[in-house]
Design a protein around this ligand. Structure first.
Ligand SMILES: CC(C)(COP(=O)(O)OP(=O)(O)OC[C@H]1O[C@@H](n2cnc3c(N)ncnc32)[C@H](O)[C@@H]1OP(=O)(O)O)[C@@H](O)C(=O)NCCC(=O)NCCS
Length: 429
């Protein structure tokens, strides 16, 4: 017999079904709450206890530090898969065969041309613009260049929309940086694979005749993109699903996701971390002073890169990235004093009762900025790199939401404003 949860309200008992996920997680289905109670609702700011959907894409167990895409452990994927394999896995549910992967890449390449008129839009941005603002706007502008809506009942139309955004997004990401750096725009080279092509568009200087791929740089970038590719119902992914639930198109939903990712409490943390570490270094490297500030409730300062809504043990991505940071810096022969400050802060936080009691561990963003910097990725590009990695996850979640025919997202509220008032004429206020 299926499990039930009993809720008692004003002397009346109401039974709710308890749903069990494939990893034996339990969720109380409160779908009948308002009907059974004549309009009583629940309140849960930040959705700390509330599931918004059923999903078969990513499993995350924050208590035990587990993260799996479609059942595959993140550590194994980061070690053994390439980025497009992971993208295919997330979006379509299974790892691709060699042929499927090759076709996916060919289709993406076919659509990687961005309309030349998009450059006029790009031209309108000031050089002081942040690449995330540019990227969100350009992604939104893609709608105007591809105005027909996608019939989500048609697998073929869905597929076309997916390969188009997978093809154009790296171009837009690279261009958003080239613009602020005052560098010419590059359309890439179809002979290169997905990652090398992106790195060429981003990094090749106009006076370099050929882009030379560096295997250390490429393998670290692939790892980072895979680690960022999905993370179940986080802020930007929930945004993508919510916007998409109104049947807004894929590009509109992803553009909204980019805006949500930009904030320093979410993807913007990777830039904020490196800026924080730099400012600690400039201030003499006194980590204890900043630990004290992070704990002071009257000081708005937070230790960026620490804490996570769902990981109350370590963030498994952070462990992989920390190892990768050591490897990359070693292989490239880079000595970064900021890495020592990061390690010092981590050591102190892991031994400090404030951080231990609140289960605040380093998250994925704590070390990613250090690697990006060592790889020659400019600081304002750290968050766009996160967006590039997260793109397959957003697509997979949008596709799942539409295929499951989820209803429009529309939370309830508890109204705490003024009650009924009569209008007062302006002369009498
Ligand atoms: C990620 C984050 C937004 C999660 O927020 P949350 O789940 O709402 O947790 P809260 O903000 O309620 O934090 C719980 C407690 O830990 C404290 N805390 C959380 N993160 C902290 C940090 N980075 N530095 C100092 N204190 C922190 C809070 O002040 C709060 O303390 P209290 O219980 O005494 O009030 C939050 O930890 C944070 O701001 N981290 C820094 C930004 C960051 O690295 N984001 C990237 C996430 S991948």
């Amino acid at each position: 017999m299926s499990q039930k949860a009993t809720f008692e309200f004003e002397g009346k008992k109401i039974e709710f079904s308890v749903l069990k996920g494939s990893e034996k997680e339990l969720a109380i289905d409160i779908g009948q709450l308002r009907t059974s109670t004549q309009g009583v609702t629940t309140i849960d700011p930040g959705f700390k206890n509330t599931g918004s959907c059923q999903s078969a894409i990513t499993f995350l167990d924050g208590e035990h530090g587990i993260l799996r895409y479609r059942g595959y452990d993140i550590e194994e994927l980061a070690e053994r898969a390439n980025f497009l394999e992971v993208a295919y896995l997330l979006i379509f549910g299974d790892l691709p065969t060699r042929d499927q992967l090759q076709n996916f890449l060919n289709d993406i390449k076919q659509y990687s041309i961005v309309a030349d008129d998009m450059k006029k839009i790009l031209d309108g941005f000031p050089q002081s613009a942040h690449p995330m603002g540019i990227l969100s706007s350009l992604t939104s502008a893609l709608i105007a260049f591809n105005p027909t809506s996608v019939d989500v009942e048609s697998e073929e139309e869905m597929y076309q929309a997916i390969v188009k955004i997978m093809g154009k997004f790296p171009v837009l990401t690279a261009w958003s940086f080239r613009k602020i750096a005052g560098l010419p725009l590059d359309y890439g080279d179809n002979k290169l694979d997905y990652i090398d092509n992106f790195l060429k568009m981003l990094l090749q200087m106009p006076n370099q005749s050929k882009y030379e791929s560096n295997p250390i740089v490429k393998s670290a970038i692939v790892k980072l993109l895979i680690l960022h590719a999905d993370h179940e119902q986080n802020c930007s992914t929930s945004t993508v699903r919510l916007v998409g639930s109104s049947h807004a198109g894929l590009y509109a939903s992803i553009s909204a996701g980019i805006s949500a990712l930009w904030g320093p409490l979410h993807g913007g943390a990777n830039q904020a971390v490196i800026e924080m570490l730099e400012s600690i270094k400039r201030d003499g490297g006194d980590t204890k002073k900043y630990m004290a500030r992070a704990k002071d409730k009257n000081d708005p300062f937070r230790l960026m890169g620490f804490g996570h809504r769902v990981y109350k043990n370590f963030d498994p991505r952070a462990r992989i990235i920390k190892r990768a940071a050591d490897e990359v810096l070693g292989n490239l022969g880079i000595q970064d004093p900021v890495l020592d400050i990061a390690k010092g802060l981590e050591y102190e936080a892991l031994n400090d009762p404030y951080f231990v009691e609140r289960k605040l561990y380093p998250n994925v963003d704590f070390y990613s900025g250090i690697i990006y910097r060592a790889l020659g990725i400019p600081v304002p590009m750290f968050t766009p790199m996160f967006a590039l990695g997260r793109l397959p996850g957003w697509i997979a979640q949008w596709r799942e939401m539409r295929r499951r025919k989820e209803p429009i997202g529309r939370p309830r509220q508890l109204y705490i404003g003024k009650t009924d008032r009569s209008f007062v004429d302006i002369d009498n206020r």
